[in-house]
Write a protein that binds this ligand. Sequence first.
Ligand code: PLP
Length: 387
Amino acid sequence: MREIPVPVTSSRFPLPPPSPPLARPEVEDLQAYSAPLEGRRGLLRLDFNENTVGPSPKVVEAIRAIPADHYAIYPEYDGLREAVATNLADRFGGRPGLAHPLTPEHVGLFNGVDAALHAVFHAYGASGDRLLTTSPTFGYYTPCAQMQGMAIEAIPYQGADFAFPLDQLRAALLGQPPRLLLICNPNNPTGTRLAPELILALAAAAPQTLVVVDELYEAFTGDSLMPLVDFARHPNLLVLRSLAKTAGLAGLRMGFAIGDPGVVDRVSRVSGPYDINSFAVTAALAALADQPYVDAYVQQVGQARDWLVQQLMAAGVKHHAAGGNYLLLWPQQGPAVVEARLREAGILVRSMDGKPLISGSLRVSIGTLEHMQRFWAAYAAIEHPTT
Ligand SMILES: Cc1ncc(COP(=O)(O)O)c(C=O)c1O
């Protein structure tokens, strides 16, 4: 038997301390997406576009009713895909419903849309493939692409109102079809909206590209593809939806990927069998069954947004409000100072400093009218102490 050589050490030449094994080169180079700061409870949270009042009381009731012995059982997902399809088809309260019915196989369940995005890149993005997207947009797309070793082409929004760069994007899409096209509609953080018909046309023009449409904020301005899309005709389209921002379940994590059953199957294959926990399943079923609660919250946000925009206009504050439950504004004292002073007043907002095109702005999430009145009183006192 051969002997394994033992390294010779001496107190004069000690071995360097062992270092942990390196990860894949893509991961070693990766800058992780910075998650929300800690210590946000008890403050008015207008920094991550969350629902500012919490979920329906029926959700709270359903979670409280879970017997303790159920905590010991692995989660069961039966009925949740059906409930998503039924909810999307529901025309209650003037909602548009679906032009083409969905089956449960059209719906993938994920631990938040973040996990759905991660799975999309994992399933479809290989090293050297290209992601086509826009800039600035939601920050998690970039690390997802980087961890796969993908190249990123991000086309800037255009002009003072951050219009969608349709011609440039179409040229980039058709010139050399990328593996993935990611469109955030409406876009976070610019609020830019793109007509769903135009997205269908882009998808039809590039059948080899998986076109992922992040519809996290569609409810606030009604920009969804769902009332139009026929996944049998557009199998390369995948729509992402979440219960975080409208239904108030950001902490429980529940996201959906809706598309052709073949694509949904591929994206689901790279997720663990129990990635979504039982509490989230119970909460999601209750939230989907109480759409009027969500619709009423969305309506309140719309009213609060209109009120805040009026105040900004009257006070001459530079701002940009388009889709979604958020807007951008440019404080005279700079975003870092105003962000810190608002925090002292118990209000969190998000500085967009350093982001292309919108550096110097703050992103402010819209909550209820009462919340926006609180925000405006504090903001006006910081920026215009004499008025
Ligand atoms: C555009 C966009 N997509 C996805 C997410 C993540 O959503 P979820 O909380 O469902 O993971 C966010 C959260 O801020 C977002 O703004």
